[in-house]
Ligand binder design. Sequence first.
Ligand code: GCO
Length: 444
Amino acid sequence: MPVLRFPDGFLWGTASAAYQIEGSPLADGAGASIWHEFAHRSGTIAAGDNGDVACDHYRRYRQDVALMRELGLGAYRFSIAWPRLFPSGSGRVNAAGLAFYDRLVDALLEAGIAPMATLYHWDLPQALEEQGGWTCPDTADRFADYADGVFAALADRVRLWITFNEPCMFTWMGYAVGAHAPGRSEFAQALRAAHNVLRAHGYAVRRFRARRHAGTIGITLSVQAHVPANADDPDDVAAAARSRAFNNEWFVDPIVFGTYPAALRDQFGDLLPDIDEADRALFQTPVDFLGVNYYTRTIVHADPSGFFEARACRAIGQYTAMDWEVYPAGLWLVLKQFHERYGLPLYVTENGAGFEDETVGPHGRVEDVDRLRYLQSHLEMCHRAIADGVDLRGYLLWSLMDNFEWSFGFAKRFGIVRCDFQTQQRTPKLSALWYRRVIEENGI
Ligand code: GCO
């Protein structure tokens, strides 16, 4: 019997994303995405990896759904690749591309698994990028048309919708830093891109509401716990708050309050687009929940020369293969912060750990004890947050299987199921067997 039981109906699942697992990026009439283009540029991805095959999920999805069923998943969070449905970003729906998701949804439902669909997990049609991408206001309108097309085809069976995955990550890394697709380093343009993403989010939610679809819709944020290096130093405390505003609150404040966090206006000045009355109403189109992707914390020092007058520093602790500190209490902290600041139902839409997975047991199974301990300790914090009154409705573990970890390629493994990228063999790790038990018992 579990000591820490979760509420009846708590949703247990795993999360993934189209470009990271599907492969076959141009199959059946699909258009290129910015990640297909970016990954095929020399020097962008470790070891020259790309998503041409990945986990071959586009062809092996039935096998993967059967695996999910064996693990007893209650939900499966996946993303829909816009360029499969609209190869050039708009126009007529590519029926063959849509058919894949239609079949996937039916297979999930037949297996008793609730689909949770993310409309955008970073794979913008390359054709739209060539017209300006997210820095072009029209892209928000194209997104709304894409979302409408998806709702029309799948909203009769999909009841959980996420408009965007981690808008801060893909706008900042893609348009300011350049380390993600489309690989642009145009600071001010990143702020414009973010503004257009917020408009796109509002348009999609309005289309969803207008069609009176059953189900719920929200947005997923990359969220870190920002902890002052010295909690007794008001400068460190203020620096942590500024870092939190940029990383966690940039996109949610406009959706909930209709304003950007003050720290962004202070940092970016007039480069930050104004939110006029029309935008404010659009951004604030009500959502039903927020998705929280949590992996680690950031310890923050005040530093006048740093970005947002802050500097991150390291702690003594355990680090994953991504060099991210294992800090479970941070999940409890951010769930509490989001609950108290926004007052919306929450899902943990990603949580997990990349480890080297070197230990293989006598039966050939990866004995990923580090990952199991990571997951267990973070679930303990989810349970504590619920006990503290947080309306946490589910946990989607990142990830079902090892997959394409963006600029790291296939070198970083997050799966509870090992994927052999040469043979495409799936082998449940120790953590998968453990997670199956957690789901069976609805607790740890
Ligand atoms: C992200 C993405 C996932 C990553 C995962 C591990 O948060 O960056 O949503 O696609 O693969 O978070 O880094």
